[in-house]
Design a protein around this ligand. Sequence first.
Ligand SMILES: Nc1ncnc2c1ncn2[C@@H]1O[C@H](COP(=O)(O)OP(=O)(O)OP(=O)(O)O)[C@@H](O)[C@H]1O
Length: 792
Amino acid sequence: MGSIQLQLPEAEQQHRDTDTDTDTVYVAVGNNIRKTQQLLHWASHNFPSKSICLLHVHHPHPHRNPSRDETQYHSFSDHESKKMHELLDQYVANLVQTGVRVYKLLIEMDNTEKGIMEAIAQHNIRLLVIGAAAETYNLGKPAEQESAKSIPSLKQAFPSCNIWFICDGIIKCTRVDSKLTPEIETAPPLLVLNSHAEAEQSQKFESESIPDGLEHLDSDDVEEIETFSSHGSLCSKWSSISVTDSSNLTGLLFHEEEVDDEIEDNSKINGRLEESTRDTKSMRRKEFEQALKQWKVKERTLEKGEVLEIESLCTKEKNKRREVEEQLAREKEELQKTKNQQDEIMHGLLAVQEQNSALENQLSETQNTAKELEEKILSAVDLLISFKEKRDRLQIECANAAKQVQVLREFGKSHTAFSYAVEFPVFSFMEINEATNDFDPSWKIGEGRYGSVYKGVLRNMHVAIKMLPSYGCQSQLEFERQVAVLSQVRHRNLLTLIGTCAESRSLVYEYLNNGSLEGHLARKEKSPLPWQIRISIAADICSALIFLHSSEPSIIHGNLKASKVLLDANFVAKLADIGIRGLVEKNVDSADTTRTHSHSNESLAYVDPEYVATDKFTPESDVYSFGILLLQLLTGRPLLGLVKDVKCALEKDNLEAVLDFSAGEWPLDQTIHLAYLALRCCDKSWLNRPDLTSDIWGVLEPFKTMCMNMPPYLTSKKHRRTPSHFVCPIVQEVMEDPYIAADGFTYEAEAIREWLDSGHDTSPMTNLKLEHTNLVPNYALHNAIQEWQQLQ
Ligand SMILES: Nc1ncnc2c1ncn2[C@@H]1O[C@H](COP(=O)(O)OP(=O)(O)OP(=O)(O)O)[C@@H](O)[C@H]1O
């Protein structure tokens, strides 16, 4: 039973019919796709230039019986054929992709080996590749009787056919004619063992040359090769030959003739071996099945145990997990508590920080307060010191005043004999008019805030008449009373008020022909004042101020400046305008200020800043003005920037830079001392100004004494002549007690009294009749004579 189908192109078919086909390699392919693919790969790789014919022996289904039902048989056959072609087409498709020419040879036959033989015979196959299986070679397989017979006959029938048995891409066994297959001459050596007996024979060789791959042959090829594997003797023989020829390993040459005789003997041996192998195999199968059963039981037991173990593990794990979760929950709770505590602490910390900053603020405020209090204490201490100084000064002033009172009392006592002692000359307007030559402008010597000043001759006296503004605030009587009070204020260094004219609101002063200090400092006079005279002038002013301030009530000049310091012929300084402010209506100040604006600007330098701030004059206001006067005397500089310049010079220890050297060579040490004193007088705060008596007079008085013993005083003394008005016209001697008679002339008291007492009612000077016989003391002249005499 069997059939052969060959699917070839027409030309190919003809070629095969006529010639022996050496260009085609026949590959016996089975149903195992993986193995077959390997087989085809091997063939295409080793026979690249040849076509490949897929040789497949199909085993028809045993139940297929065409005699039973023709239709059913064909249907079944078609189905099988279709499946088979689909399989082969897969192989073809793969090979075509590699560029190999492929065709199929399909043989339908119950026995594979027979089918292959049929194909070899019919197609004169010269090159055949067949798959091999491990079990087939190592263990052997009971071969079918029919097949066993077929192999020797195959060899005999097709001695020219070259066959390769391939497993996993490796040649397991070959029977080849090397002339026909030069491409695979270098194929690996072959060793195939098929029985225990022969295994012993080839033991030696096997240990030396068996490749590793042959020890683990694959069982997947059993189906394809089982036919051949059953022919143990044939395979063994090939193997032996292969071993013999494997010295050069260039492929195996199957020497068919030499082994034919031995095949029969080997068949017998093979029969016995097969029996033995079968027994061993069945025994091993049983052992295997038994072991399999035991293993399955064990597996089941193991599975149960494992399940239990896993369950227990799972339970443990769950418990652990629960514990961990509980622990976690506890820790979370703890964490939350800690967080809450932390929040509370932070809250507390913030509150503490706020308190801290509040306390810091309080501390800084307290420190500031303490600082302020310290400063206040210091200033209070300063104040206390200054008050103490003032107290001391007042005590001194008090003592001086007491002395003065005593002097005045004595003076009063000594003059009580004269009725005129209390009289104060009051002149008529006619007299004033006449004295000023009808207010001749050329006789006007100055004009200030409080009126014009005229030079004049009144009752044979050289006088200066100050015309106060006509709009006075007082009545004529009040005016006379106030002037009478002023006339009582007498001092060597105060300009003597001789009399008054209430009618014209005029004040009659002694006339000092040496001009004012202002004029001298402005160089209006011939020569500059020597420094000794300047020191003397300063001492005179200081003395006058001490006297005024210590009067009862205290008299403040309030307008001390260089124009108010007048100099007599001996450069004795006298302060003018004492008490004038009180005689002038308040609103006159502003009116006059406007009128004498430029002059006032100049005068501003003398004004005490404290007065500007408080509008109140104090004795210290005069001290301030005196300081400015001192600086003027030392430097002869203009008032603007005077204090600053001197301060600067002193700071640079260079007072010489500002000193007026036209005054001569100043004694520097004393002068510097005086300059510092002057600056202290000019301090903006009255508290810091020096005291006139203790501080200034204490410096000036000895300084003046020193000056009196130095030129130009000494030289001037010699050449000094007696002023004519110091000489009494009757006795022609310097008067000691000068009195003014009704004719206006001043006479020695004793001489005029004698003149009158002897019955004269006329003037000794003019021979004119006297209006009255009253005599008025000429204090001014008295003082002048005394001073002059002191300087002699
Ligand atoms: N008895 C006097 N003997 C000589 N000259 C005098 C006499 N009295 C005043 N003088 C002169 O008259 C000038 C004017 O004096 P007066 O007192 O009127 O004004 P003042 O001092 O210049 O400024 P004010 O009074 O406005 O402050 C003086 O500068 C001085 O030169």
